[in-house]
Structures are given as C-alpha cells and as structure tokens.
Design a binder for this molecule. Sequence first.
Ligand code: G1P
Length: 323
Amino acid sequence: SYSSDRFVKIGASATYRPPIRVANMSVSIAILPVAGRGTRLLPLTKSQPKEMLPVGRKPVVQYVVEELALSGVRRLLFVTGPGKTAIENHFDIDVELIEHLRHTGKEDLLEELAFERQDIDFLYTRQRRQLGLGHAVLCGRPMVGDQPFVVALGDSFIGPTGDSRIVERMIDCFDGEGADAVIAFEQVPAAEVVHYGIAQPAGAVDGTHFVLSDVVEKPSAAAAPSDLAIAGRYVCSAKLFDYLKNTAPGKGNEIQFTDALRACIRDGGKVLGVRLLPGERRFDVGNFGSYFQAFLEMALRDPEYGEQVRNQISGLLDESHNA
Ligand code: G1P
C-alpha cells in the first residue's frame, strides 16, 4: 500500500480520510474511459484533457476517482488516448514536489497532495482508434478479463458533495439481483433527452431499482421512451464485452455502449436501472453550459472562498439588474 511507501512521508497535517468500504466485493475494478477529444470544449481542450479541467479546486477526474474509492472500487483502469498524459501525472506520487514543499517551508500544502496516497491501483491502457465509448470500454477487456466491472465516465461525477455512494448501491443491486448490468439514471428535462442514453423501463420506477426493457442512445424528444438519462455509471458482467464485440457502429457512426446494453436486454439479459437519490446530481464537463454550472456550484461550496464568490455574484447580478 502507498501509505507504507518509505519514500513518502507526509506530515501529520495530512488528513485524508481513508474510504470506509473494504475490498472483498464482487466488483473491484472500474474502467474509466478518458480518451475522448473533448471537441465540444474547444479551444479549452486543444492541449489539455477535458478530464483535467478544474471544477472548483480539483480536476474533474479526481472527483471521479474519489467517488469510486468511497464505494470500495480500488483498481482503476483508465482508457486513455493522445494528449492525456496529464491524467497519469496527476495521480502519480510526486516525490520531488513533496520534497520541494517540505524544504521551502510549505508543509501545510502537503495536505493538498494527500489524495496521491489513496490505496488504489492505477492501470492504464490506450484506445488506439477513436471508435466511440463502446469501443473504449472494450479496450479494457484484456485487463479486466472475466470479472464484473464498473464503467465510470471520466468527465462526470455524482455530486454535489463528492460523497455519493451510487456505485456501491449499484454493486449491491448487481449482486443481490444477479443482474447482467445495472445502469445509473438521472431525470432530465425533455429538451435534453437528445444528449443522452435514455431508459425504457419495463414497469414502475419506484423502489431501489427498476427493470429495463430497452435503452436508446440519444433519441429525439418525440421518440424518447422516458426522461431518464444514463448518468455515466454502469456495473456490468463480463458478458457485456461479448455484446460490445458484436456491436456495429450506431449513432454518430460510433460503437455505442448503449447499443451493447440494448442487445443484452433483447437477448433476455437482466439489465436494471438505479436512480440518483434526491439531492444527488451529475456534474459533467462535456459542454460549456454544464462545465460552467459545475464550476460555479463547486466554487460556491468552497469552504474558504464560497462566501466571497456568493457576494461577488450577487453584486454582479444587482449591477446588471439596475443597469
Ligand atoms: C455518453 C453515453 C450516453 C450517456 C452520456 C452521459 O454520451 O453514450 O448514453 O447518457 O455519456 O453519461 P456522450 O456524453 O459521451 O456523448
């Protein structure tokens, strides 16, 4: 474990709280697809990965990693691509930086690096061709093998306080129901269904989970079977790799993960939906609108500067109101 690493002695000020759940669960590995080019965020993403964009104090992918650790998932396989090395660097233990902070009397900042010492295995592979999300997940197969796995999109996290246990609930459901896959869903306004994978529930959606009779990738508002959108978190049996292998390019000429899940359902597979809890929301940096929203909310929640940001915003709003 990193905590016993003899090269890294972080001062007593480091207060990183180890996640509570222990790792003898059925699902212990997650695939984090982070190979997408982020074209909807140009020029911001021309030379930096969208997963490294700051949301408040942290890059978005750090929230994702901490969320997974909190649910007990400690082997993380990043599926990366060109221009994504900043992600790998971010999770490395930076001994030089630690030494530098110590020698320049900035020990108090060591706490900001405490996340480096989380007890997590970081694995990396590459998506060598940009063929879509489904293909990116399939790139994880050689390392994941026959075990069940989580898929957590690297550009979105479930907030707002960063302590969502949604993945833990999904794993419990996956185990308890003997499901082939469990997908997280968030209710979205009808005008937005066109941006997401959308659920067709087989029956009522109350209770801890519901049965899916179909999932449709980015339907028109008129064709959408519901307003429940896939929220970037999935738990799957290894069987899904076979479906992915046989999935032809779909929407946008890309191999869609949603289409593989749909094929599994059509074969009689048990695919379930879990809804975000009241108060839980998906924060994503996929486009400027959602990125600005995520950043603003996290800035407002900042323990040190939140108040200042709030005052500044109300000042600006007053000004524009009186103009
Ligand atoms: C992907 C999935 C979609 C899902 C969305 C948000 O779309 O294909 O089903 O709803 O992530 O989790 P993308 O945002 O990559 O276009």
